[in-house]
Design a protein around this ligand. Structure first.
Ligand SMILES: [Zn+2]
Length: 526
């Protein structure tokens, strides 16, 4: 008696190959048979008319702390995601040093849920153990974040590390890789990542490369200096001899729309010269991050207390204000200040701001938008989430069609009204971009969500439907699959994702979360 048999489905195996008809049998967490299955099982799923494919691997997910938040665990599952890559953009929950722990917690504030996180770890290994003990809803593939490592050793200082500090950072990266990380990430637009020169990153990426890890990067600039940033990334790839993943590729800011054609060309040239550079993307023309990121990097030195102090000092505040916007009224993150949508605050009194734009709040509070932004940062001690309308829809399609692009949600969960990608990324690609706009074939889209990320990360038993692989599976209806989350009402589940199986256990049945959380830490050394 097997655990599960999925009968009569159209198999899309994650390799990009065209679909074929077969049954799939699952037992003890693994795929045990594909073809005409004559055995019997405890559970039989009739997938007639539906697609059966590998569980989606979210290449860029930020689940690092929200996976401890037990109130909700189904927003990724119900999209078909069974594995999430954590630790992107330089943000990881470990290592956590006592002397800089407060700074790290503030750095992580905008991706920290209100409850469930006990911060009871110090090393990367201890953190992974805590994740394991918490039985997450999806599998975690960890990266170690450069921002976190830098804060552990040097706090939030705008200078190069001393030789000793660099050695200590190298040691921490080595320790994380040893504990099972799949690579190192940077967020070079954020502080303190922004304070690091290229050589510092190369030195640390070399350590990850020695363990066979990858380098994932939120680049220094995705707007005016997009091409320079891609070139810096390629230099790191070459200097550290490491495979590279460029995160959430885009051209931010109206003046830069269309630049992705050039950036994709630079990436293709690098590949032609033998460098392993690939990218990921979320299917939306607005980004989302911490509001603090719009401030000039110098004004963020020292962390949250210092930022608040500077914003309270009228002279420094007006200096920041003078540098905040370019001649088109856009911030350093691209996108017009007035259009920024507030997605999350910590305090009760500012809950009313969630789901409103800075322009709406400016009318409501009778203040300039810029002052609303600054005052919110002060009142919330910088724990403010935002959505930023910075991209063009044509660019989104251009990047999606590139053969080097995989899908990653960048879906950082927030309790307020997060970016709709948290609930909608995968069904949106399958509904809007495959079925409606015909930007991709279904098989290609599935490959970008499964076999391709698995190959990049080196997840040897995930991302394809093969006998002996982990039984992470999705059954979906290609005729109706669709996202329902919008910018103003983002906490809406998709339709058309009928079954999701994680490690051989049914986590979603008939489109509903079953309450089963069968995720594990996928350690590079397992
Ligand atoms: Zn990022």
């Amino acid at each position: 008696m097997l655990d599960i048999i999925i009968r009569n489905g159209k198999i899309i195996d994650g390799s990009g190959n065209p679909w074929y008809s077969a049954d799939i049998a699952v037992d003890a967490g693994q795929i045990v048979e594909i073809g005409r299955v004559n055995s019997k099982a405890k559970e039989t799923i009739d997938a007639a008319g539906n697609i059966v494919c590998p569980g989606f691997i979210d290449m860029h997910a930020h689940p690092d702390l929200t996976l401890f938040y037990k109130e909700v665990q189904d927003y990724k599952l119900r999209q078909g995601v069974t594995t999430e890559v954590g630790g992107n953009c330089g943000f990881t929950a470990a290592p956590l040093y006592p002397k800089t722990s407060e700074q790290l917690k503030k750095f992580m504030a905008f991706i920290t849920p209100p409850t469930g996180v006990d911060w009871g770890w110090s090393t990367f290994k201890e953190y992974l153990q805590k994740v394991s003990d918490s039985s997450p809803a999806t599998n975690l593939v960890p990266l170690v974040g450069h921002g976190t490592v830098r804060i552990a050793v040097m706090g939030v200082q705008q200078r190069a590390p001393t030789q000793n500090e660099l050695s200590e950072m190298e040691m921490l990266v080595d320790e994380a890789m040893e504990a099972g990380a799949y690579g190192i990430s940077t967020g070079l637009v954020y502080v303190p990542g922004n304070y690091a020169e290229t050589e510092e990153i190369v030195a640390l990426a070399k350590i990850a490369a020695r363990h066979g890890g990858i380098y994932a990067t939120h680049m220094r600039d995705e707007g005016e200096n997009l091409i320079n940033s891609v070139e810096e990334t390629i230099a790191i790839c070459q200097g550290a001899d490491i495979a590279v993943q460029i995160s959430h590729h885009k051209a931010a800011g109206k003046l830069n729309h269309g630049k992705v054609i050039e950036s994709l060309g630079v990436i293709q040239n690098a590949r032609n010269s033998g460098l392993d550079v690939t990218i990921d993307q979320y299917p939306y023309s607005a980004s989302s991050t911490t509001l603090q990121a719009i401030l000039p990097p110098w004004s963020q030195e020292g962390g949250v207390e210092k930022i608040v102090e500077r914003l309270q000092d009228n002279e420094i505040r007006s200096e920041i204000q003078n540098q905040l916007l370019n001649s088109h009224g856009e911030t350093r993150m691209g996108g017009v200040l007035d259009e920024i949508l507030i997605t999350e605050v910590k305090s009760h009194k500012n809950k009313v701001c969630v789901g409103k734009t800075l322009k709406q709040l400016s009318d409501l509070r009778n203040q300039e938008s810029i002052d609303v932004a600054f005052d919110l940062l002060i009142e919330e001690e910088c724990a403010v989430g935002m959505v930023n309308f910075s991209m063009s829809e044509d660019d989104v399609k251009t990047v999606m069609q590139s053969p080097v692009t995989m899908i990653g949600s960048d879906g950082l969960y927030q309790v307020g009204n997060p970016h709709p990608r948290v609930y909608g990324t995968y069904p949106r690609v399958l509904g809007k971009y495959v079925r409606e706009d015909e930007v991709l074939s279904l098989e290609t889209a599935v490959r970008k969500m499964t076999g391709f990320p698995s190959q990049k990360l080196g997840l040897h038993k995930k991302g394809l439907l093969r006998v002996g692989f982990d039984a992470d599976l999705v059954v979906l209806d290609p005729t109706i699959v669709k996202d329902q989350a919008t910018f103003l009402d983002s906490r809406q589940y998709p339709v058309g994702i009928d079954y999701v199986i994680v490690n051989g256990q049914i986590a979603v049945a008939d489109g509903q979360f079953t309450g089963t959380t069968a995720g594990v830490v996928v350690s590079k050394n397992r």
